[in-house]
Design a protein around this ligand. Structure first.
Ligand code: NAD
Length: 466
């Protein structure tokens, strides 16, 4: 068993010791139900290339199962199994009615042209679709490392071709472009969810006391690892909405540091254009980006990949709070060191659950075949207009323009999505916090999160008579 999968199992076992589940049920919860390996050939550049991929289903206590597909040269079966397991626990914590799944294709997407990548993605999708490993009712993928709404649109289209009579076909995958049955707000969702979790943490005096931080977000600094979909969005929200100061960004080929703050939009533009931060004019370039993780800051946010904080560097980490936007960024032994150093960790299965929350909304929308807020929007506006008119007649004064405009603008779909996401993230956070503060012998927030998830999954198995 590889490091990531072994570590995930150790985290779960640690939480299981605090439950009274039978050994049999505990073992059922930990065990990955199935992992399908596929190898397929694609004719490209005048020759045949064979690709290898996986789709793992960790738990079917609820269906469909759900989890992203990553395109990454380093991916392998055990990594995919670990990620599928994290999906089961994540969905349970925020009450999304799915089991956990995950997929991976061993490929470096940057080495292929768009048309080639489309051909490869469609072939991979065909292999998974014909085994119900992509299906609106059985297994619903989403974007992850190396994939985006573009790949999801290709997958949905492939499903439509293979199942033209399935009226719910669009729900076979989430994270699609809004113009292709996707949902506004899905692309930003994981980052947005992390923002809501950070905000919630800073509203809790009991937790702030543990990390010796006050509740003023605008005086806090953070360092980010990975300026991809999740990292870019969350940095934008934390700096623009909450006034946090982004002082460092670590990328795979170098990083930047500026204690006066980094403009994330500017940095992203530069990195997208040059594919490196080298030569970035507004911060100091640091060739060995792993050094950035050790710099002093209030919050460290790994948003790249797993196993980046281990027993080798955890001793040198000098932040007070780590928010795991990536999946599995802290190894089991690394976590032990952080615990000893009293560095508080908000775990992945809570912090980055926003992606699957909004994926759930997208899936629901696809099955309902109508956008959120469609039926009630005009009716609500009419009611609000009547209310404003009544207030103005009764008081003899006209309502100040700024309030009037706010009221009359009405509620857009994105407002509903963010409101739902906020609610789910806060609910999840509060459940974990309660477990952490009230359960005896809970050593850390991660174990509390796993325990919350395990209890819910166990209950679900109980209902189906296992
Ligand atoms: P992405 O491919 O868009 O971004 C990853 C970024 O990390 C890239 O910019 C990449 O260059 C950088 N990176 C890779 N290796 C690095 C290293 N060693 N050091 C520094 N930077 C490095 O992927 P993403 O979708 O943003 O996913 C990032 C993490 O968040 C993954 O762990 C993923 O599983 C997790 N996640 C993603 C979603 C989602 O909705 N996309 C949801 C939940 C969790």
């Amino acid at each position: 068993m590889s490091g990531f999968l072994a570590d995930t199992t150790k985290y779960v076992n640690k939480a299981l010791k605090l439950t009274d589940l039978s050994d049999g049920l505990a073992n059922k919860i930990i065990t990955c139900n199935s992992t399908y390996t596929v190898r397929f050939g694609v004719r490209l550049r005048g020759e045949i290339f064979t690709f290898e991929g996986w789709r793992s289903v960790h738990s079917e206590h609820m269906e469909p199962t759900k989890g992203g597909i990553r395109f990454d040269l380093d991916t392998h079966a055990e990594e995919v199994e670990a990620l599928a397991a994290l999906m089961s626990y994540k969905c349970a914590i925020i009450n999304v009615p799915y089991g956990g799944s995950k997929g991976g294709l061993k490929i470096d997407p940057t080495q292929w042209k768009r048309a080639e990548l489309e051909k490869i993605t469609r072939r991979f999708a065909q292999e998974l679709i014909k085994r119900d490993l992509i299906s609106p009712s059985m297994n619903v993928p989403a974007p992850d490392i190396g994939t985006s709404s573009r790949e999801m649109a290709w997958i949905a289209d492939e499903y439509r071709k293979m199942h033209p009579a399935d009226i719910n076909g669009a729900a076979c995958v989430t994270g699609k472009p809004p113009s292709k049955n996707g949902l506004v707000g899905r692309e930003e969702a994981t980052g947005r969810g992390v923002q809501y979790i950070v905000r919630e943490f800073f509203k809790n005096p009991e937790l702030l006391k543990l990390v010796k931080l006050d509740d003023n977000l605008s005086t806090k600094t953070f360092i980010l690892q990975g300026l991809g979909n999740v990292g870019y969005n969350l940095s934008k929200f934390l700096t623009e909405d909450d006034d946090l100061k982004l002082i460092g960004i670590s990328e795979f080929n170098g990083g930047i540091f500026n204690e006066d703050g980094i403009n994330v939009e500017h940095a992203k533009k530069y990195f997208s254009k040059h594919k490196t931060f080298e030569g970035y004019p507004k911060a100091t370039f640091i060739k060995d980006s792993s050094l950035l993780l050790k710099r002093q800051c209030d919050i460290l946010i790994p948003a790249a990949r797993e196993n980046v904080i281990t027993e080798k560097n955890a001793e040198d980490i000098s932040t007070k709070l780590i928010v795991e936007a990536a999946n599995g960024p802290v190894s089991y032994k690394g976590n032990q060191v952080l615990n000893r150093k009293k560095i508080f960790v908000i775990p992945d299965i809570l912090a980055n659950a926003g992606g699957v929350a909004v994926s759930y909304f997208e899936w629901v929308k696809n099955i309902r075949h109508i956008r959120f807020g469609r039926l009630e929007k005009r009716r609500n506006q009419l009611q609000i207009n009547n209310l404003i008119e009544a207030i103005e007649v009764m008081t003899g004064k006209s309502m100040p323009k700024k309030y009037k405009t706010n009221f009359m603008d009405g509620i857009e779909e994105i407002d509903l999505i963010r409101s739902g996401l906020d609610d789910m993230m806060i609910d999840g956070f509060q459940c974990v916090k309660k477990e952490f503060l009230e359960t005896e012998k809970i050593p850390d927030f991660r174990t509390a999160a796993f325990k919350v998830a395990i209890d819910k999954i166990a209950l679900s198995y109980d209902f189906i008579g296992l």
